[in-house]
Ligand binder design. Structure first.
Ligand code: FAD
Length: 414
């Protein structure tokens, strides 16, 4: 099989950003990227599609347009890894070989794990912003809803963009408030975990909105079944050692699907016990294979699974891959940065930014933008600045504010 300097798995946020970053640093590299889909999605835009702020089309681009010039696109899906032989095997049986491998295929949205969900999603008032084609259905349902019960679910962590299941709820509630129907709509947020948001500093600002919109919060509620015809959702509720099933009727149900590592990752020797690509949290180098790296949602690292995290991870992986190609020890370090712009109303955002361990880490000084409050500045950033930062910044290897720290002391490791 043909051998590439760098073989990248997945042309999502991670794969494209790291390819661009590598080429910017060393234009002579022979890079290939394996990707089965023709369309690349800007998933952070789905929340705004579900609220009627973005047209769906602005969140998608043809794969040809986003794969950097000079990178070979291998259309297909990886089925198996063979890290001992520096080879991957595609679903059609083709083999590719590499000097260094970067794994960034994202994660699995496990719709099947909720009984009845695959049959009813996209109709009967059951929707999800986690899929491109359904985000516009969310907006349709929100506009049509004038009274009744709106139910929002959130599965156990980790999930990508942990704030997304509640962002859609606040934006929907805000629409109903502006249209004078909020008092006639009962809103229920049923979540598997027992906190509203993983980083406590942002919870007070979010609770203000929970109260303002009259939202009923139900912790330790895990969605296990949806009956679309009868419009009933069933949750497994945990109370101490006990569990019981609770049925809830709904007129509209927004589901965030359970999320796991992809099957082909789980089945491979690259995975940890939970099915994620097992990398060092600092260098993003695989813990067992020195010429393999990972970034994005597929990784075992305990950061918030976001495109914001990918923005900081891409230069770290690019620099460390170059070190390995040059026979040196990886020295660039990722600090766990992730960010979640919580859209609490149309025009205002609580901007959570934090590192490993939930350490709050704002990019801007508080006098410019206080992330713990709902601000217009953060909304403008999300609506106007972040899309171009993604397409023209991350995807072209322009790394504003993303320069990695260099160290020879691993953090998070020993
Ligand atoms: P992806 O971008 O999902 O890309 C993975 C790629 O790998 C895909 O193109 C896929 O086709 C490909 N692939 C899969 N299997 C294979 C295979 N076998 N072989 C080869 N290729 C394969 N992030 C933020 O920063 N801010 C936000 O506000 C935000 N909001 C979000 C809202 C929603 C509703 C969703 C769904 C996500 C949101 N995110 C947000 C998260 C963000 O989109 C992801 O964290 C980011 O896209 C992760 O990048 P990735 O490259 O790991 O995965």
């Amino acid at each position: 099989p043909r051998k590439y300097d760098v073989l990248i798995i997945g042309a999502g946020s991670g794969g494209i950003s790291v390819a661009a970053s590598l080429l910017k640093r060393r234009g002579t590299l022979d890079i290939a990227i394996v990707e089965p889909r023709d369309i690349h999605y800007y998933q952070p835009g789905f929340t705004l599609v579900g609220a009627g702020v973005f047209q769906p089309e602005v969140t998608q681009r043809n794969m040809e347009e986003v794969i950097p010039e000079g990178v070979t696109w291998l259309r297909g899906a990886v089925a198996e890894f063979n890290p001992e032989r520096d080879e991957v095997i595609l679903e059609d049986g083709a083999r590719c070989s590499y000097t260094t491998l970067i794994v960034s295929p994202g994660l699995k949205l496990d719709w099947e794990a909720v009984q009845g969900l695959p049959e009813t999603i996209g109709k009967n008032g059951v929707t999800s912003n986690y899929r491109y084609d359904l985000a516009s259905y969310t907006w349709k349902l929100v506009q049509e809803m004038k009274r009744g019960k709106a139910l929002f679910s959130q599965p156990p962590m980790p999930i990508k963009c942990a704030g997304a299941p509640q962002k859609v709820m606040y934006l929907s509630a805000d629409h109903w408030r502006r249209n004078g129907v909020l008092d006639d709509i009962e809103i229920d947020f049923s979540l598997a975990g027992n906190v509203l948001f993983g980083v406590q500093d942002y919870v007070p600002a979010l609770m203000d909105y929970v109260e303002r919109y009259g939202i009923a919060l139900n912790f330790s509620h895990n969605l296990v079944k949806v009956d679309g015809n009868d419009k009933v959702a069933t949750f497994r509720v945990t109370e101490g050692e006990q569990t019981r099933l609770v049925e809830k009727e709904f007129d509209m149900l927004h589901v965030c699907p359970p999320q796991t590592g992809l099957d082909f990752i789980r089945a491979s020797s690259l995975a940890d016990a939970a099915g994620w690509v097992e990398v060092d949290p600092a260098t993003l180098q695989h813990v067992r294979h020195g010429n393999v790296f990972g970034l994005g949602d597929a990784c075992s690292t305990p950061n918030a699974k976001t495109a914001a995290a990918v923005r900081k991870q891409a230069p770290v992986v690019a620099m460390n891959v170059l070190s390995v190609l040059d026979g040196q020890t990886p020295a660039a370090v990722y600090d766990g940065y992730g960010s979640c712009p919580l859209t609490v109303e149309k025009g205002r955002i609580v901007l959570a930014e934090f590192l490993y361990g939930g350490k709050v880490a704002p990019s801007l000084p508080t006098w410019m933008l206080d992330g713990k409050k709902a601000t217009r500045a953060a909304w403008l950033m999300k609506e106007r600045l972040l899309p171009p930062l993604y397409w023209q910044g991350m995807f072209r290897g322009r790394e504003y504010l993303a320069k990695p720290r260099m160290t020879f002391q691993k953090i998070g490791g020993e």
